[in-house]
Design a protein around this ligand. Sequence first.
Ligand SMILES: Nc1ncnc2c1ncn2[C@@H]1O[C@H](COP(=O)(O)OP(=O)(O)O)[C@@H](O)[C@H]1O
Ligand SMILES: [Mg+2]
Length: 309
Amino acid sequence: MLSVRDLAKRFGEIRAVDGISFDVQDGEIFGLLGPNGAGKTTTISMISGVLAPDGGQVLVDGQDVWARPKQVKRLLGVVPQEIAVYEDLTARDNLVFWASLYGLRGAQRRAAIDRALERVGLADRAADRVRTFSGGMKRRLNLSMGLIHEPKFLLLDEPTVGIDPQARLAILEIVREVAASGTTVLYTTHYMDEAEKLCDRVAIIDHGRILATGTLDELTRLAGEGELLRLTGSFTADALRERLGALDGVEPRRLADGFALLARRPDGPGLAQLLPRLLDAEAGVDDVAIQRPSLEAVFIALTGRALRD
Ligand SMILES: Nc1ncnc2c1ncn2[C@@H]1O[C@H](COP(=O)(O)OP(=O)(O)O)[C@@H](O)[C@H]1O
Ligand SMILES: [Mg+2]
């Protein structure tokens, strides 16, 4: 487990990280979601032992990062926000350099490099100079450097910034595979869709403070709105309206013949009670698609502004 306790860092007057605490459980993908300037990179830098905190503590499997830097750094793989690769070297030579810093030599180093390149899908480009790589490939190489010593924890700081959507999806897939192979992941992003798609739990950070932590379900409940239900079928708007009149806990947002959008009130009956009544054979409802309220709604509820502002 990776535990962050009351961690704090100021730069002059700016409280970049203002007393944050969270636990990343073994095996999970934990997201730190917040806008630019929220304090994500400062947090990662303190966890990885490159920036000294003003206060608080980071414990990695119970060991203090600052008291036992050598032991702890072995457990951590860090993928920095800024791409840290040498453009004039080949992908393999970048990894040789990196692996050497971890004391890997000879056949062991070669195997580690092959495995790292394989994991990020760059095995066939190992001998090419990095300057010939696309932005997405550079990001993947950057990621492979964090994996070279097979760390127990992988810290990724906004690993998809500045690349095209397809390259983003490739990175997300790699992170999923890394997590599935048993590595615990701490993932920072300002893209809520990434947090939604990728993370088991998310902490929302803004102005150096954590506003909420939880699973997607737990967080979206905070927004004070339940799921949106999209109904399609052979019903008429009037017939469905009449039916809904007898149903507690859903509010129609849009109602037309054959299509309806309903919001479930979070204080009303749960989906398990609502769905059978909506899908009753006589109702003419063929399909119900359930859409959770987004993290965007949660962020607005917590801060009064949109995440992308
Ligand atoms: N080395 C630094 N010197 C002064 N201010 C900094 C420094 N690093 C970060 N900051 C400030 O701290 C705040 C948090 O920054 P950062 O951790 O980089 O946020 P994020 O990674 O979430 O975008 C911002 O206001 C940023 O301008
Ligand atoms: Mg940052």
